[in-house]
Each structure stands twice: as structure tokens, then as C-alpha cells.
Design a protein around this ligand. Structure first.
Ligand code: GZL
Ligand code: ZN
Length: 336
């Protein structure tokens, strides 16, 4: 129930945010940001992005940049190439520059407390977006805006439980799953694995026979799938933590002379354009959406946080899931 309220709040924030984005001309006076000169640039945000590892990440970056422009927020942006030390360096430089607010998507869950304590001492509020940290001290950040990754894993597992009858492709009585994990230590990788494992317990014939990280990249997914095809007999299903690794797996499966989506079922997460295209072509069987368009809500939260207004500690993004039929219907209007 609580999550539903949060989602409703999130929905409201999203609608509110979008409306504010559409109509807002930064008011200068009220925002109290440092270095503001009325008009645009009232608020300076330091943003540390994970990298550019996937279609999802690129769409997320575009959403953040576009929303900052729409909202007249002066954005300092850095790409960490998926390295935590680069993110920590970026956060430290934003603290030195005395930005009004810091936002970042932590590449992994651990190792953030000291730099977040430095931001707290400098009285710079921090917004977590997309991924979260596992810090005990939640006073180190103002709010966490992002998906519920456990729920995404549960949706993926539930589809397999509901479609078990057609998923034992080799008919040996066991549904053998190979799992392409996201970046080791990243919240989406940990949680999508947990949600899938929990939900598929409902059917004892479903077994994850191999699980390895492909680091959320297409090349990583392809290489790990090539090794699984050599080492595993009777693979029925691939569960990939994102579309890009699933698309890499498709290349490996086709190179092995098998038909993806038929000889081996594929379930992925994200629902970016390339994934949805493969889904509509029958090469993927189910995609759980993970919405990257966090920009409007992020800027809405940043303005509230800088103005000293209360914001929910957790804002969950709205998202759905697609099968081959629904993918065909929505593909044309997908924004990312
Ligand atoms: C999820 C995000 C993940 C995507 C991947 O919110 O952190 O990182 O699922 C991306 O595509 O690399
Ligand atoms: Zn089987």
C-alpha cells in the first residue's frame, strides 16, 4: 500500500514536475541558489552519471540534460565510465565548486559514506537517481528517485512461471535458465537477481543453472552467452538483467545456429528501442520496462530540495512490461 501511495506521489510529482517544467521560468527570487542571477542558472546541479554502457543509460542522460535545459538548471555533467573512483572524484569537485545540489546514479551500492559525509558537511543536498546506495545513514541523501528493481525481477520471474508450459523447450522436464547479471555490486543487478529467484521458487522445475555478469553491455552479454552455450547442456531460457546483454546473447545464439525466442526463450529488462524491436520480431519473449526518463522528476525534486521543501525519501518510477504482441502496438511511439 505504502509503495502504491509513493507511486501515486511519484505520479503526481511526475505530472507536477512535467507541468512545472512546461510552465516554469525559474523565479530567481525564491530558489535562493548560489550564483543565481535571476532567469536561467538559478540552481547549479552537479550530476555524476554511471557511464554510457547501454541504450538505457544514453536515454537517461538525454532526459537529464533536456530537463535541466527546460527547467533553467545549470547542469555540470560527468561520465564516470562505470568506475566508482571517477564518480567519487566528480562528487568531490562539485563540493569544491559549491554547487547547490548534487545528483548521481551510484555505479555500485557500497563505498559512498565518506564522500556523502563531505557533501553533508558542505551543506550540499544529494539526490540519488536511478540506482541507490546501501548506506545505513539515510540522512546522507535527500531522496532516492528510481525504479523498484526487485519488482522488475519479480515481473520477469512471474512471466516465466506463467509461461512454464511453453518454456521447457527441450522437453526434458526441467526449465534450465542461464542468467546474464548486470554490473557486479550494482543495485539493479543485486535486486533483479533476487526478485527473479524469489518468484520462480513457485515452480521447482525452473532452475538457474548458470549466472554471470555481462556488465550491462551488449559485448559482455554476447561473450558470456558464448561461454554458456559451450558449457551448458539444454538451455531453455536466458534471463538478462538488461536489453543490451539480451541483444548480445541473441548474436551468440544465432551464431550457434539456434533461433532466439524459439529454441531459447529470452527475458530482459529495460524496454529500450532496440530491445522492443527484437521483441516485436519474436527474438525476445518478454521485456520488463525500466523507465530511464527520470529527468523531469529529478529537476522537480532538485528545485524543492534547494528551496528547503520536504520531499519523499523514496520516489518510485512508473513502468510496465511488454510481450511480443504489445511491443508491436507501442514500438512506433516509444521515446527511447
Ligand atoms: C537501471 C539502470 C541499469 C539499466 C541498464 O535503472 O541502472 O543500468 O537497466 C543500465 O541498461 O546500464
Ligand atoms: Zn528443459
Amino acid at each position: 500500500m505504502f509503495k502504491k501511495i509513493l507511486t501515486a506521489t511519484a505520479g503526481a510529482a511526475l505530472i507536477g514536475g512535467l507541468a512545472a517544467c512546461g510552465s516554469s521560468s525559474s523565479d530567481g527570487a525564491g530558489s535562493g541558489g548560489s550564483g543565481g542571477s535571476g532567469g536561467s542558472g538559478d540552481i547549479t546541479m552537479g550530476f555524476s552519471q554511471v557511464g554510457a554502457e547501454s541504450g538505457w543509460r544514453s536515454a537517461n542522460t538525454t532526459s537529464v540534460r533536456d530537463s535541466a535545459k527546460t527547467d533553467g538548471i545549470d547542469l555540470k555533467f560527468s561520465d564516470a565510465q562505470q568506475k566508482q573512483e571517477n564518480q567519487i572524484k566528480a562528487l568531490r569537485s562539485y563540493i569544491q565548486q559549491k554547487v547547490d545540489v548534487i545528483a548521481f546514479s551510484p555505479v555500485v551500492e557500497t563505498g559512498w559514506d565518506s564522500v556523502l559525509q563531505e557533501a553533508k558537511r558542505a551543506k550540499i543536498p544529494v539526490i540519488l537517481t536511478d540506482r541507490s546506495v546501501d548506506s545505513e545513514d539515510d540522512s546522507l541523501y535527500a531522496t532516492f528517485l528510481g525504479s523498484d528493481f526487485v519488482e522488475e525481477g519479480e515481473k520477469a520471474g512471474q512471466w516465466l512461471v506463467d509461461n512454464a508450459a511453453d518454456s521447457d523447450v527441450d522437453g526434458n522436464g526441467a526449465i534450465n535458465v542461464v542468467e546474464l547479471q548486470g554490473t557486479t555490486g550494482a543495485a539493479p543487478a543485486i535486486d533483479r537477481k533476487e526478485g527473479f529467484a524469489e518468484t520462480t521458487k513457485a515452480d521447482p522445475t525452473i532452475k538457474v543453472v548458470a549466472s554471470q555478469t555481462g556488465d550491462f553491455t551488449r559485448d559482455g552479454g554476447k561473450k558470456v552467452m558464448e561461454s554458456f552455450l559451450k558449457s551448458q547442456k539444454g538451455i531453455d531460457v536466458v534471463y538478462a538483467h538488461n536489453d543490451d546483454m539480451g541483444l548480445g546473447a541473441i548474436e551468440a545464439i544465432e551464431a550457434a545456429g539456434k533461433v532466439p525466442g524459439k529454441d531459447i526463450k529470452i527475458i530482459t529488462v529495460d524496454a529500450v528501442k532496440d530491445g522492443m524491436t527484437a521483441l516485436s520480431e519474436g527474438k525476445i519473449n518478454y521485456i520488463v520496462e525500466c523507465n530511464p526518463l527520470l529527468g523531469p522528476q529529478l529537476m522537480d525534486l532538485a528545485k524543492k530540495v534547494v528551496a528547503g521543501e520536504d520531499v519523499p525519501k523514496r520516489v518510485v518510477t512508473e513502468e510496465s512490461a511488454f510481450d511480443q504482441e504489445t511491443a508491436k502496438q507501442v514500438l512506433a511511439d516509444r521515446q527511447y
